[in-house]
Design a protein around this ligand. Structure first.
Ligand code: HEM
Length: 205
């Protein structure tokens, strides 16, 4: 491992492993926050279909949960993951010369843009001006899954990134999961509509 002189003097030899440990912890927290945040957006958006007093209460509650999740969990997770990644690169700057790291940094840039976009959506939801439907938000929530799979494959395989059947199987699995979530939501919506129709038919009779 090539330590720059200044760091070699001040950092203990196991610093790299500590940075990596905290980097992984930060990444886990960041992703947990991102996944749950957009799920809350879906519930928040769908609360618009409720009757006025309930709607207001639910929207207020989801708004509060979103702000707390974003500011207390998701963003701190991102800061820890990125700060520890900088530590890793300071200890091992040679990673910056490798192609897998360039690809990883490109995906991370997209992930940071996604993080910023979630904040934008959260602001729109709080102001009641969000145009995204629950269905579109569900689709959006699949993006970080793809980025997660890609980044983990890049750090594990590095420059030997696999392009064979196993990779395609994994991509197919993510697409299948995304499609299943959409179908399940649609099936549930239709079921609720059918039950409501049956109830209103029963009441009329
Ligand atoms: C801010 C940008 C990032 C940089 C510069 C960065 C850099 C690094 C570096 C240098 C390592 C050590 C590699 C090794 O020792 O083999 C590492 C490990 C790791 N990174 Fe990142 N990382 C970043 C963001 C992320 C993100 C967003 C994720 C998750 C989606 C992630 C997941 C991981 C994992 C799981 C490891 C452990 C890999 C292993 O030990 O084999 N990183 N990262």
């Amino acid at each position: 491992m090539t330590l720059p002189l200044s760091l070699a003097v001040t950092l203990p030899p196991e610093a790299y492993l500590w940075f990596k440990t905290l980097h992984i912890v930060g990444v886990v927290v960041w992703f947990a926050g991102l996944f749950y945040l957009v799920r809350l957006f879906i519930y928040h958006r769908e609360a618009a279909e409720l009757e006025p007093p309930l709607r207001q209460a639910f929207e207020q509650q989801y708004g509060l949960m979103e702000r707390r999740l974003a500011n207390i969990i998701t963003t701190p997770g991102m800061v820890v993951a990125v700060a520890m990644a900088v530590g890793l690169l300071l200890v091992e700057p040679l990673w910056l010369k490798q192609a897998w790291m360039h690809a990883k940094l490109a995906v991370v840039a997209a992930l940071l843009a996604y993080h910023w976009f979630c904040y934008r959506l959260m602001g729109q939801l709080q102001r009641g001006v969000c145009n995204w439907s629950g269905r579109q938000l569900r689709a959006l929530n699949e993006l970080p899954t793809l980025m997660l799979v890609l980044v983990v494959m890049l750090v594990v395989f590095k420059n030997q990134f696999p392009t064979g059947a196993a990779t395609w199987f994994l991509v197919a699995l993510v697409v299948f999961m995304a499609a299943s979530i959409q179908f399940y939501a649609r099936w549930r919506r239709l079921r609720v509509e059918r039950l409501a129709q049956q109830e209103s038919g029963g009441a009329a009779a």
